[in-house]
Design a protein around this ligand. Structure first.
Ligand code: ADP
Ligand code: GLC
Length: 485
């Protein structure tokens, strides 16, 4: 009999997205389904879902979710996404808002604890209403951190969930969902869970820690990051519990949704191309330079698509920008985030006329055009749990230059290593970054060698199949353990 999985996430492509979690939640359930698992994806019904253009329909199913002293009614909506049943928990009071988690001007929404308590508890009520008795509930990041304590405490005794194990995936340990202890009543969990072994973190409520403490298995999105988060430097205060739970912590590298990211069929591109017929890539570069009114150039075009936050290493770029530009390159950047970085990149357009193109904002189709039109993709992240753009870049023959951390370390092999697919520097400082980028620029001038590198990068296999198989065998192991009990 196939394994039944409920996959709970706070965002998933193509319905609602702020970052890589959405790409994973959009693709992994489909990959698991193609391997024979029976997966149901549960998401909040945000305004973005209604505006996504996807056909999402009411089911007529309603149920109630206790949140603090209130009993909140929820309505289920549904669609199918690549063979996966997707259900949306609709409660406009919580989710009919302009953004998913908060706004740039006012910060996180004031009631995020209540919103994601409702969603996490709603997962169980939805499963019951849908008559799904799951073998696995797989939750992701702090927004669904409460799923595991609810399974252990509140719903584990319910026959519907008596054979259910929990998996919690950390996509980024830096985002923790921390709330004031005075709000503990919202959760309706006994007081005993607010302790060192539970969801207390420096006298506050930490939803990420709820996932870390109560899940039967913890995964994160690359093997290197699974090691890094057990250190003081990248443990963000959770290295202790992660060391303690080392045997239940697994690093599984994300994959690429090859139907969405395929230069041979990508509708967002002005020209399509493949590893065997790569000439369209040159035309994509010319079109991209033209789109940004930049000068034609024989030098490499460096692309960046990112949230503009410290994690992504923009301070290094800012400090070293003169040395970077003295390499003769041009830059196209698409991103949004911290104002100081937005201002910095806007300023570059005038500081280096014709050589820098910048779009501040979020633009899915442009992201694809940059992946295709750039020669080099720069990703000097301070830390990177997995990172997806370096893998999209490989597929589009855009050679990544990356800092050796997390998933960047696991997916990119430096030019000096056998079977290289990119450039990778160790040691996080501006000089190392500029030296590595310089190495890539020099390599670029050797046309046959660069063409061979592009071909090799494009034939790297980062499909979801291999990773989905690892999740599946983890699910099966948990099932076996439960049956032995
Ligand atoms: P993270 O989740 O930390 O932001 P990832 O590399 O895992 O980093 O995933 C980022 C995802 O978000 C990619 O699909 C990337 O193309 C997309 N993305 C980031 N910023 C933008 C933007 N401004 N416009 C369009 N897509 C973006
Ligand atoms: C997070 C991480 C990123 C990862 C993504 C999907 O947003 O910052 O590195 O690729 O989640 O797992």
């Amino acid at each position: 009999m196939s394994i039944k999985v409920i996959f709970a996430a706070s965002e998933a492509a193509p319905f609602c997205k702020t970052g890589g979690l959405a790409d994973v939640a959009g693709a992994l359930p489909q990959a698991l389904t193609s391997l024979g698992a029976e997966v149901t994806l549960l998401l909040p019904y945000y305004r973005a879902v209604a505006e996504s253009g996807e056909v999402v329909e009411p089911t007529g199913i309603k149920f109630e979710v206790p949140v603090g002293r209130r009993i909140i009614e929820c309505e289920l909506f549904r669609t199918d996404s690549g063979g996966v049943d997707v259900y949306f928990l609709k409660r406009d009071e919580y989710f009919d808002r302009s953004e998913l988690y908060g706004t740039a001007s006012s910060g996180d929404y004031f009631d995020n604890l209540e919103r994601y308590t409702f969603f996490s508890r709603g997962i169980f009520e939805a499963a019951k209403a849908l008559k799904i008795s799951p073998d696995i509930i797989h939750s992701n990041d702090w927004q669904t951190g409460l799923v595991s304590p609810y399974l252990k405490d509140t719903y584990g005794k319910d026959p519907v969930f008596s054979k259910t194990s929990s998996v919690f995936t950390v996509h980024n340990l830096a985002y923790q969902g921390i709330f004031d202890a005075s709000l503990y009543h919202v959760l309706n969990l006994p007081r005993r869970h607010f302790g060192l072994a539970g969801l207390e973190f420096f006298d506050q409520i930490c939803l990420l820690k709820a996932g870390l403490a109560y899940s039967d298995a913890i995964t994160t999105v690359s093997p290197t990051y699974a090691k890094e988060i057990r250190t003081k430097r990248l443990g963000f205060g959770h290295d202790g519990i992660l060391k303690f739970r080392k045997d239940e912590l697994h690093g599984i590298l994300n994959g690429v949704d090859q139907t969405v990211w395929d230069p041979a069929s990508d509708k967002a591109l002005p020209f399509n191309y493949s590893a065997d017929k790569v000439s369209g890539k040159k035309s994509c570069k010319a079109a991209l330079l033209n789109e940004f009114s930049m000068k034609k150039t024989r030098a490499p075009l460096v692309g960046m698509i990112s949230r503009l936050v410290d994690q992504k290493g923009f301070d290094l770029i800012r400090k070293s920008i003169d040395d970077i530009m003295s390499l003769g390159i041009s830059i196209v950047l698409l991103g949004s985030g911290e104002k100081r970085y937005e201002d910095f990149f806007r300023g570059l357009v005038t500081a280096y006329p014709g050589r820098v193109g910048v779009k501040i904002g979020y633009d899915e189709a442009l992201a694809h055009r940059i992946e295709a039109g750039a020669d080099i993709f720069l990703m000097p992240s301070r830390f990177e749990p997995c990172g997806l753009n370096q893998m999209y870049s490989l597929r589009y023959g855009t050679i990544p230059v990356v800092h050796a951390t997390g998933g960047l370390n696991d997916s990119i092999r430096d030019i000096r290593e056998p079977d290289a697919n990119g450039f990778k520097f160790k040691g996080l400082n501006g000089k190392k970054l500029v030296d590595k980028l310089a190495e890539a620029v020099i390599f670029y001038s050797n046309k046959p060698a660069w063409a061979a590198l592009v071909k090799r990068a494009m034939s790297d296999d980062h499909s979801w199949q291999a990773s989905a198989r690892k999740y599946l065998s983890l699910y099966e192991k948990l099932e076996e353990l439960l049956h032995k009990k």
